[in-house]
Design a binder for this molecule. Structure first.
Ligand code: FAD
Length: 544
């Protein structure tokens, strides 16, 4: 998909139509939500999917660009690791975001020794960037049933009911756990003893159940989780150590992983009783040409590693394009404006000064509606940028203190954009935000490969084909904790045996039979514009 349009309304003309104080009129809708999605959402285009040609999901649909990575050749299939002394641990956690740190703490609570390997540094993740908040049905006007129904409906009925039931049932306890660790949430009644937590409504939900810390909730959570992990003497954190392959034992179980230590330009082999894969999403693949809200490490590594080991995936042709990415200025393109801004009342307005969608409809529907405005010439153009307006001046005229009380990140972002959001609307366009599908798991994060547990954005099945705001932060803690506990239990019963890369050799044979041996290598570790070449990097070490 290209985002160019033959026609858009110049910024100055569009701005003139957005008269201060006027309440923009909602244009009547001719299409059903399903028709809108079918016609305009990127998941539905003619080029949106190809069948996978090898592996456990052979014949099933996948985004074409992701398929190239999932079906990639092993990065280190030909590297000799015999001289590398293995390090042993009970549980190896791969990924230093919310799911990985939650799994680490849970595995420790279950008595396991843990190694946590992070591609960048612990905390460098999508979790730390999360803004709007986390869902939990804790209000008197709310219930687990409503949270369940909203989540199933938001995911177009494609979520796995058992996983959704687990998600919503564990939510109140997850909030208690986070508060117990030291996470601060906004309070409805000020900082009085016994104050209630402030609750906001998310798009596609029937009750106010978003709990937040201003509009930098993930930063607050990650601050606490990182400290908890780093202070635990039973955890060894290996920063700047991307996992390049998983290890298998003679019975096909996951038995650890091979890491590449970027500091020392050397491989490390970690032998583990169980592995928790928590490598997050795929935004940095810029699927379908979209800019992304994601952090630099979101390159689908976990999907490639798990798939070649035999793990089943699901819904890997379904992605979330968040409605409100920054469209202008270009250097900030794709950066996120939290849904909290719409939850607090901001409206979306096209270049004709019309509202065109319920701003709190499910995200995929709002995204499709914005893409339609832009495709049909009702978008706004500014210096090559294309989008629609997020009418912050109207919101801030009504609630002037929001920028200092709740929308702190928005104030920073607007400052970097050189826009005064009280006077000028922000220009927005959908941004690649979330991987709806991933590794298929059960309620304990168990994948179809024994010894391999998965949690967080790398998994699929919880959010169906569209995630609601606040349910990702919830998912990483619910399933991160459960996967960590289950991995620790599993590790206790594993007797050390032979381990190696037999599954990789099997995979390479399968690729060869399918005539795919000339494809790219994966995991890719960094986005294409990072120009990272593992072999070149290692050669640098040899040159001293
Ligand atoms: C800007 C933004 C705002 C968001 N706001 C919200 C919100 O308000 N509410 C909500 O519910 N959700 C929100 N989300 C989504 C949510 O934050 C994420 O889905 C969630 O935090 C993912 O957590 P995770 O632990 O699975 O992955 P991450 O937090 O991304 O962590 C993955 C970790 O794995 C590491 N890793 C990757 N590959 C490798 C490898 N090969 N070897 C070793 N380590 C590796 C990464 O470097 C990283 O440390 C937001 C996302 C973004 C990007």
């Amino acid at each position: 998909m290209t985002h160019a349009t033959t026609f858009a309304i110049p910024y100055a003309d569009a701005l003139a139509r957005l008269s201060p104080g006027a309440d923009p009129v909602m244009r009547p809708e001719a299409l059903s939500r399903e028709q809108l999605l079918e016609a305009y959402h990127p998941d539905h285009g003619a080029d949106a999917r190809v069948p996978l040609r090898v592996g456990a999901n052979r014949g099933e649909p996948c985004h074409p660009a992701l398929a190239r990575i999932i079906e990639g050749n092993a990065l280190i299939g030909d590297v000799d690791l015999v001289a590398v002394d293995p390090i042993a641990t009970d549980v190896l956690v791969i990924g230093g975001g919310g799911a990985g740190t939650a799994a680490t703490l849970a595995a420790r609570a279950a008595g396991a020794e843990v190694i946590l390997a992070a591609k960048l540094r612990i905390g460098d993740s999508n979790t730390v960037m999360a803004e709007g908040g986390i869902q939990a049905a804790i209000g008197e006007d709310d219930s687990l049933r409503r949270h369940f129904d909203d989540t199933m409906k938001g995911g177009h009925g494609a979520g796995f009911p058992q996983l959704v039931a687990q998600l919503v049932s564990d939510a109140p306890d997850v909030i208690r756990w986070l508060i117990g660790l030291g996470v601060n949430f906004d309070l409805a009644d000020g900082p009085a003893p016994g104050a209630r937590l402030m609750r906001k409504r998310a798009g596609g939900t029937t009750a106010a159940r978003i709990l937040s810390h201003r509009d930098f909730t993930g930063l607050e959570m990650m601050r606490v989780l990182r400290e908890a992990v780093e202070l635990d003497r039973g955890v060894t954190v290996l920063n700047r150590s991307p996992v390049v392959e998983l290890l298998s034992d003679e019975r096909g179980r996951c038995a650890g992983a091979v890491l590449y230590d970027l500091e020392h330009r050397a491989f490390r082999v970690v032998r583990a009783g169980a592995v928790v894969l928590a490598t997050g999403g795929a935004g940095r693949l810029h699927l379908t040409g979209f800019a992304t809200s994601n952090h630099y490490g979101a390159t689908a590594d976990g999907l490639a590693l798990a798939y070649r080991m035999g793990a089943r995936l699901r819904d890997v042709d379904s992605f979330q394009y968040h409605p409100t990415g920054i469209a202008w200025p270009p250097h900030l393109a794709g950066g996120l404006i939290s849904e909290a801004v719409r939850s607090l009342g901001a409206k979306l307005v096209n270049g004709l000064g019309e509202r065109f969608i319920d701003e709190l409809a499910p995200r995929d529907v709002v995204t499709a509606a914005i893409l339609r405005e832009c495709a049909e010439g009702r978008g706004v153009s500014r210096d090559g940028g294309l989008g629609v307006f997020l009418d912050t001046p109207a919101l801030l005229a009504e609630k002037p203190d929001l920028l200092t009380t709740q929308l702190i990140s928005l104030a920073h972002l607007a400052h970097r954009a050189g826009v005064d959001p009280a006077r000028e609307p922000l220009m927005i366009y959908p941004t690649l935000h979330y991987q709806n599908g991933g590794v298929a798991i059960d309620r304990d994060g168990t994948s179809s490969v024994p010894g391999l547990y998965c949690a967080g954005e790398v998994t699929g099945g919880i959010h169906g084909r569209n995630r609601l705001m606040g349910n990702a932060l919830l998912d990483i803690f619910v399933f991160g904790r459960r996967a960590g506990t289950a991995a620790a239990d599993h590790a206790g019963g594993v007797l050390p045996g032979r381990f190696g890369l037999e599954h990789v050799q099997r995979w390479q044979r399968e690729l060869s039979h399918a005539g795919m041996i000339d494809g790219p290598r994966s995991p890719i570790l960094y986005p294409a514009y990072g120009h990272f070449d593992l072999r070149g990097h290692m050669a640098g070490a040899n040159q001293g």
